[in-house]
Design a protein around this ligand. Structure first.
Ligand code: SF4
Length: 326
């Protein structure tokens, strides 16, 4: 492993001032340390933010404000999260293992890197790890890869479950920049599609620190997080659906839907929600929503099965959510 320096920050302001070119923030370290051991990330310096006072979950402006250092396990177990945002709690508990959830932080979860096999194989070309080197997943083994939002340069998927739930809940990321300015970034604007620069994954500026995540008041309706994966625990989503659906007199009155395992970002498509709102809570409406979602879906060979699997998963989730109201 490459030699690096280490410093512990005692305030968010000190952390963003300490970060320089080639430095990285470290909190739980559940992804970064693996990447450093494999030489995929080789920072010159680590700025340890794990002791900052950013670990509170509190009510805020009708919703919730979550410190970036709240461990995933604490967030999943928080009584107000379980009561008001049960899909977020379920998404968190479906990710990783209990040990990892105890260490992984809310901010770090949002910024975890893809689990594309070739990204972790430093002998293989990978445009995300080594820009311009190629993409071995295309034409290679691509069972876990994207069917939506990919580019000719990268077809990796985003691995987080939590981010999918937060995308459905219209979460906003609050940041602190070097110099002291704060920004509020809608979660959908935090992530970038790969295009021709797959190595740039977010809209964060160099040295910008996520300090909080805000959730607006929980949308009306029943909530669900459904994750399809290859084994019952400690596995990333092949397909996941985060959904909040409200039904009145048999008609869908509001819909919030986001998807994991399908795209380089937690995926949300307004056309899917538009296909549902104002329609009867029926299988025909659910199939129409799946059509809207999958209209531009493209398999890469080994992952072709994700297209029918996503359709079945979405229709089944919507059936389950609306069963009592139909
Ligand atoms: Fe690299 Fe993306 Fe291709 Fe995977 S899919 S090998 S991460 S460029």
């Amino acid at each position: 492993m490459k030699t690096f320096s280490y410093a512990r920050a005692d305030s968010p302001e000190a952390a963003v001032e300490a970060i320089a070119d080639g430095a990285k923030f470290i909190a739980g370290g559940t992804n970064l340390l693996d990447l450093m051991k494999l030489q995929i990330e080789a920072p010159d310096a680590l700025v340890d933010i794990s002791r900052l006072d950013l670990a509170q979950v509190e009510e805020h402006d009708g919703g919730m404000r979550i410190g970036a250092l709240v461990p995933n396990s604490d967030l999943a177990a928080h009584p107000l999260i379980r009561a008001r945002y049960p899909l977020l709690s379920r998404a968190l508990l479906s990710g990783a293992s209990a040990q990892l959830r105890n260490k992984a932080t809310t901010g770090g979860n949002l910024l975890q890197r893809t689990r594309c096999y070739y990204f972790y194989d430093t002998a293989a070309p990978c445009n995300k790890r080594a820009p311009g080197s190629g993409c071995n997943a295309q034409g290679g083994y691509n069972r876990i890869h994207a069917i939506l939002g990919a580019s000719e340069h990268c077809i990796a998927t985003h691995p987080s479950d939590m981010a999918v739930a937060m995308r459905a809940l219209d979460a906003v990321v609050v940041t602190l920049q070097p110099g002291g300015d704060r920004r509020r970034i809608a979660l959908g604007d935090l992530y970038r599609l790969p295009g021709d620069t797959p190595q740039i994954e977010t809209s964060l500026a160099p040295g910008e620190l996520i300090t909080h995540i805000e959730l607006p008041a929980s949308p009306a309706g029943k909530q669900l997080y459904r994750k399809v994966r290859d084994r019952a625990s400690y596995a990333f989503a092949v397909v996941s659906v985060a959904a909040v659906i409200a039904v009145e007199d048999g008609t869908i009155t509001s819909a919030h839907l986001a998807f994991g395992g399908l795209a380089p970002v937690p995926w949300r498509d307004p056309a899917v929600e538009a296909a549902l709102v104002g329609q009867p809570a029926s299988t025909a409406s659910f199939e129409a929503a799946a059509d809207a979602l999958l209209n531009d879906a493209r398999g890469q060979g080994h992952n072709d099965f994700k297209i029918p699997l996503t359709r079945r998963t979405l229709v089944a989730a919507l059936r389950d959510l609306t069963e009592a109201a139909r």
